[in-house]
Design a protein around this ligand. Structure first.
Ligand code: NDP
Length: 399
């Protein structure tokens, strides 16, 4: 039925490729392209022989012309961008040039500023619309499923949602004193940035990791959670009518935070270039090189993630509370696709989003965030594709 070009063969790319191959009626053919071709070839070797035909290619996705040439050779229906956020604009340029739909899981940030915002990608809206192609932004779990959860709640249970708390808990233990469970550069920058949330029409800033609560998560128990800024807050604050407050919370273990503090104190998380033995290096990139590769955590990580949204609002004039969440087991994910739950919970929604595009269910020329599409077919697929969700109409709330 369809063809997908998958760019990036890291932790998330691995899951996307596995899940596309599990759905050969939708993904007849895929091309896996990344900076290091041997990683694409290794995936092909693992999965060849099924009904999905697999090709591989080397690509520098910072170069829009190179990506456009690849698209023109392969002619996919959709490009699934699971490289790094730095490549988003070059890949969107290539999609525009070739007239092919686009999907990603993280918003663009210029490498030199490390400031992630949707403004650069939203600026492509009119050009995508004129070209008759769709860009789906932020289609992982968070951002991604969290936005779909909000759209689903709004469609079925609320007239207006006033308060949203997005809760991202990882109770997985990989046994290392310190490791990040996805790209360390992106992860550490996200965590060390100032906290920010939206309230009464304004953005409010907090010192990094200074706002803490304890939440008793279904299936994983009580955890410390910290207020962070996360990219879906920007689009949801814009797209959920009547919203009064939206916040994002993530769990961190005490050990993780202690290591992070030390690394920060000695300058290892800095993105300012320094001279090392006559050569310019970026400390955070060097740190990435010495930390365990997130892809290697799969076999070691035990425990579960729980990611979901707690919402409060009104329906027919009556107050409504609603919590919707997914629980994903690291070892079950690993047994199925060879990646831990963080990559799994990102790669499965990316595949489902591409499926929505190929099937013509999510079809709207322009650039959109996931909550701007019909959530029902996506929610149905989550249950079928390994990310079942649960509902609670009387959840504990956060003050
Ligand atoms: P990895 O670092 O494991 O993988 C990134 C892949 O992209 C690697 O294969 C890398 O190649 C490739 N790549 C990097 N630069 C280029 C380039 N210039 N040209 C071609 N390929 C390139 O990251 P993850 O798989 O963990 O994450 C992938 C994306 O998913 C990131 O954008 C991340 O922010 C996002 N993400 C989103 C989440 C969500 O819930 N929405 C959660 C987790 C991640 P090489 O192998 O040579 O390094």
């Amino acid at each position: 039925m369809g063809k997908a070009l998958i760019i990036g063969a890291g932790g998330v790319g691995n899951v996307v490729v596995h899940k596309c191959c599990q759905n050969p009626d939708v993904f007849e053919e895929i091309l896996i392209a990344s900076r290091t071709k041997s990683k694409c070839d290794a995936l092909k070797e693992k999965l060849d022989g099924g009904r999905t035909r697999i090709q591989t290619a080397q690509v520098n996705a910072d170069d829009a012309k190179e990506v456009a040439r690849l698209i023109n050779d392969f002619r996919p229906d959709v490009v699934i961008n699971v490289a790094l956020p730095y490549q988003d604009l070059a890949i969107m340029d290539a999609c525009l040039e070739t007239g092919v739909h686009y999907l990603d899981t993280a918003n663009y940030e210029p490498p030199e500023t490390a400031k992630f915002e949707y403004k650069w990608q939203w600026a492509y809206h009119d050009r995508f619309k004129e070209k008759g192609i769709t860009a789906v932004l932020g289609c992982g779990f968070d951002p991604g499923v969290t936005g779909v959860f909000c759209a689903y709640a709004l469609k079925h249970y609320f007239d207006e949602i006033h308060y949203i708390d997005i809760l991202d808990a990882n109770a997985g233990d990989h046994g290392y004193p310190f490791a990040t469970n996805f790209n360390p550069e992106i992860n550490i920058r996200e965590v060390t940035a100032k906290g920010r949330y939206y309230e009464d029409g304004q953005w409010k800033e907090t010192e990094p990791l200074s706002v803490k609560r304890v939440y008793d998560f279904p299936q994983i128990g009580p955890k410390n959670i910290y207020l962070l800024y996360h990219e879906e807050l920007e689009s949801l604050a814009k797209n959920v009518p009547g919203i009064k407050r939206i916040r994002f919370w993530m769990t961190f273990s005490d050990s993780y935070l202690t290591h992070l503090k030390v690394l920060e104190n000695v300058g290892m998380t800095s993105i300012k270039p320094i001279l090392f033995e006559g050569k310019e290096i970026i400390p955070l990139q060097f740190l990435k090189a010495v930390l365990p590769d997130p892809a290697s955590l799969g076999p070691r990580t035990k425990g579960k993630t729980n990611i979901g949204c707690i919402m409060q609002g009104v329906k027919d004039g009556k107050p409504v509370k609603y919590y919707v969440y997914n629980v994903c087991d690291h070892q079950e994910a690993y047994a199925e696709v060879g990646s831990q739950a963080i990559s799994y919970t990102t790669g499965v929604p990316a595949m489902i989003g591409a499926m929505m595009i190929i099937k013509g269910i999510w079809k709207k020329p322009g650039v959109y965030n996931v909550e701007e599409f019909d959530p029902d077919p996506f929610m149905e697929e989550l249950n079928k594709q390994g990310l079942p969700w649960y509902e609670d109409f009387a959840p504990a709330l956060l003050d």
